[in-house]
Design a protein around this ligand. Structure first.
Ligand code: IMP
Length: 430
């Protein structure tokens, strides 16, 4: 048995869905531990494409148990819609449980998200507008509503009233917009509570029992290290902990129970939303990556900003997450390039920078220092063995490993489920 945490090493959208799907096949339990429906995983099964936002990717395997942990913020309307759309498409889904301690995204969180963004003007974060930040804000302000509250009518009524008193005043006085009626919100959300009641439980107990039973457990991180509220490009981050440490907090499992941490790293870099991005290519090459890599947001459809791989970012992620292994995704997108660049440090007027800086002002002034490697022209989408990859591709992967100090275990060479190279022995998890 093994307990594995899978995280994104960049700004999210690393192709975690594909790797999660590969590992989920071998896991008994798949757990989401942070974020909400701001996330988006695309999994291709046969000729069908599934876009999941809240439900762990393991749901596409009928015998798996999926958990939405306490660290996730749950928009119940979205969750129900996702469940219904899977059953409408005839997917024989696994079992889903939701933590009774998970916070609920309320309609006022969504409205606040868009109003706050508008108010930020040029300093906007570029959020997904799903109410994620305001929901986490209420959680830490100790005014949030949890799944357990949704199932307890008198308590739900009391906390909702308190919240609406405060939020409606904010809508009225600060934003000059209409707020929410108690009855309407209460009825709608009690309906969601009734629908989801059977799925809600103390999932920390369930996961820990599963670990004690020697089940294979996979913690599926959403977003990425550079969007972490502490370790990302603050304030251009999300409001949760996508890093490996977040798996413990967001699921009620102690750090001694985790066996391995795998970091997913795209063969190049992308980000959506605002904030500095040292290796961004705003020219032709960035556009080429966007088209070839289909780099458009799963959740918002926004075009992603694209650029070369950044080893300063990767080293930061390797350290913060204590990475054991790397899964490199979308290597096929790099085929056909004459040369490939990797950023190895930043040049700033204060000198050379090797560790990812906290100050985003400094980050914004950094120039990437690149080293250049030969590219390869061959199509690699059907390759199954590392040794069959073009030598230049092998060298690129070896250099990524060398710069980060983390061995490569899995390599994605296409969108389909089986377009994956398992590097022996590292990639034989579970
Ligand atoms: P929020 O999570 O909606 O508050 O958005 C905060 C920042 O995180 C924005 O830059 C979003 O574009 C980014 N973000 C949130 N979720 C994802 C994701 O799943 N992939 C990539 N970026 C994300």
């Amino acid at each position: 048995m093994s307990v594995i945490v899978l995280i994104g090493t960049q700004w999210g959208d690393e192709g975690k869905g594909k790797i999660t799907d590969y590992l989920a096949k071998r896991a008994d339990l798949v757990v989401r531990y942070q974020g909400g429906n701001n996330a988006g995983h695309t999994v291709v099964v046969g000729d069908e494409e599934f876009k999941l936002h809240l439900i762990p990717s393991g749901i596409l395997y009928p015998e798996k148990i999926c958990i939405i942990g306490n660290g996730v913020v749950v928009d119940p309307a979205e969750l129900i819609q996702e469940l219904d759309s899977l059953s409408d498409r005839g997917v024989n889904t696994g079992i889903l449980y939701i933590s009774d301690r998970a916070h609920v995204v309320m309609p006022y969180h969504r409205l606040l998200d868009s109003l706050e963004e508008r108010r930020r003007g040029n300093n906007k974060i570029g959020t997904t507008n799903r109410g994620i930040g305001p929901a986490y804000k209420d959680k830490t302000a100790r005014t949030g509503i949890r799944m357990a509250d949704l199932l307890d009518p008198p308590r739900f009524a009391a906390v909702l009233k308190e919240n609406l008193n405060e939020k409606n005043e904010i809508f009225d006085r600060i934003y000059g917009v209409k707020g929410f009626e108690f009855e309407e919100v209460y009825e709608e959300y009690r309906g969601y509570g009734r629908r989801l009641e059977k799925l809600v439980q103390d999932t920390s107990v369930f996961i820990n029992e599963s670990i004690a039973n020697e089940d294979n457990v996979l913690f599926e991180g959403a977003q990425g290290t550079l969007l972490d509220i502490d370790y990302g490009t603050y304030p251009y981050v999300t409001s949760s902990h996508p890093v490996a440490g977040g798996a413990c907090l967001g699921s009620g499992v102690g750090p001694t129970k985790i066996d391995k941490v795998i970091g997913v790293c795209k063969a190049y870099t992308t980000r959506v939303g605002e904030g500095p991005f040292p290796t961004e290519d705003t020219g032709k090459f960035g556009e080429q990556l966007r088209e070839k890599g289909r780099e458009f947001g799963t959740t918002t459809g926004r075009p992603r900003r694209c650029g070369w791989l950044d080893a300063v970012v990767l080293n930061h992620a390797a350290r913060i997450n204590g990475l054991d292994f790397l899964a490199i995704t979308k290597l096929d997108v790099m085929s056909g390039l004459k040369t490939i660049k990797i950023c190895t440090s930043y040049l700033h007027n204060s000198g050379e920078i090797r560790h990812f800086p906290a100050n985003i002002g400094v980050l914004g002034e950094c120039e990437p220092v690149y080293e250049e490697l030969p590219g390869w022209q061959e199509d690699i989408t059907n390759i199954k063995d590392f040794n069959d990859l073009p030598l230049a591709a092998q060298k690129y992967l070896a250099r990524i490993s060398e710069l980060s100090g983390v061995p490569v275990a899995l390599i994605g060479v296409g969108t389909k489920r089986d377009q994956i190279i398992v590097c022996k022995p590292h990639g034989e998890f579970y």
